[in-house]
Ligand binder design. Structure first.
Ligand SMILES: NC(=O)c1ccc[n+]([C@@H]2O[C@H](COP(=O)([O-])OP(=O)(O)OC[C@H]3O[C@@H](n4cnc5c(N)ncnc54)[C@H](OP(=O)(O)O)[C@@H]3O)[C@@H](O)[C@H]2O)c1
Length: 326
């Protein structure tokens, strides 16, 4: 981290429990670290225990440095409260196991940050038969949220789900077809990776709308953010493509640091002025219009219905009834 973040002066109680998916690197790392440094109890939900434990060690050493520098707002506790829990979003089984383990712990949950993601991935299918970006970026996060919401509803005041989306969500234009949600009409040679990355980020914004409609009177609000162009390990998803790798080298000159990227998530997660605010997509920490497809209620509901069918073996009748199309 270099320099300040805008929310340093806002302490977070250690009783606030935060889950950050993909908290071991990039935007998720800085988000989890700053949430913990401001006082929250943070769980990083990651697929690799080794990478997660190394990240926790790095966070703790960053924390000692910030304390020595007497950085405003940083908690004065001896150690950071950050722990690892296993979550592989390319597996619905792993995602459900995370949910079961978290539920069994009996802990409350105040903030769920759906951050983990992969970009411009070639056409591949998960063990569940879903296109990989669709499942990792959107579907498994939806499964996570559906199961964790009842806990969040019992966890006191001002609870937030933050969906880390992207400007790429704008790639989609009408007409929208449920049959093409996962791009299964393509083969590996003609799969438009940019478009389907953008689509996975669009589904997150549709999720924000269909969830908030049902959570309107509750203590849980769903917000989405676009972190902008951030220099992270996201490039791993397209290292097989020389032109994408070269393009990134050029645009990288205009990118933000991971800490600057995390400011957008932190704003949505902890800015007290956003208590009770829902249905907002933030860009540069300011509300920004989503595209027309994202705002279309019929599309929102059709994607929800389709998603529930993909999750059929992993949800209960209670969830099915609560979330069925209205
Ligand atoms: N960087 C940008 O310019 C940019 C722009 C717009 C939006 N975003 C969004 O920001 C979010 C964070 O991306 P980033 O740029 O920080 O990328 P990153 O440095 O590559 O971090 C991605 C994180 O997601 C995790 N992840 C990937 N696949 C996973 C899986 N199957 N299960 C669990 N975790 C998984 C990674 O874990 P491993 O380390 O184990 O792979 C890593 O922790 C993503 O949702 C991305 O779409 C990024």
């Amino acid at each position: 981290m270099g320099g300040k973040i805008s929310f340093q002066g806002i302490p977070i109680s250690k009783d606030r429990i935060v889950v950050v998916t993909g908290g071991n690197t990039g935007i998720g790392y800085e988000t989890a670290k700053w949430m913990a440094m401001l006082g929250a109890s943070v769980i990083i939900a990651c697929r690799s225990e080794k990478r997660a434990q190394e990240a926790i060690t790095r966070m703790k050493s960053d924390f000692q440095r910030e304390k020595e520098q007497k950085t405003e707002g940083v908690t004065q506790t001896d150690d950071l409260s950050v722990e690892f829990m296993k979550l592989d979003l390319s597996s619905l089984k792993s995602t459900k196991e995370f949910v079961d383990q978290f539920t069994e712990s009996g802990r409350p949950l105040n903030t769920l940050i759906c951050n983990a993601g992969i970009a411009f991935h070639p056409l591949e299918y998960t063990e569940d038969g879903n296109e990989t970006m669709f499942q990792v970026n959107y579907l498994s996060h939806l499964l996570l949220t559906l199961h964790l919401l009842p806990i969040m509803r019992r966890s006191g005041d001002d609870n937030r789900v933050i969906l880390v989306s992207s400007h790429g969500h704008n790639n989609h234009s009408t007409p929208f077809s449920v049959d093409k949600i996962q791009g299964k009409q393509h083969n590996a040679d003609n799969f438009p990776r940019f478009k389907y990355y953008g689509n996975s980020k669009l589904y997150q914004i549709l999720q924000m709308y269909f969830m908030n409609r049902r959570l309107a009177d509750s203590n849980v609000c769903v917000l989405s953010v676009n972190p902008g162009l951030v220099d992270t390990e996201i490039t791993r998803g397209f290292q097989d493509s020389s032109w994408m790798t070269w393009s990134w080298k050029i645009v990288r000159a205009f990118s933000k640091s991971p800490a600057e990227g995390a400011e957008h998530t932190l704003n949505a997660a902890i800015n007290p002025a956003l208590k009770g605010v829902r249905d907002v997509y933030f860009q540069e920490c300011k509300p920004k219009n989503t595209n027309a497809v994202a705002r279309n209620k019929d599309i929102q509901e059709s994607v929800l219905e389709y998603s529930l069918s993909c999750l059929n073996d992993y949800i209960t009748d209670d969830i099915r009834n609560e979330w069925k199309t209205k």
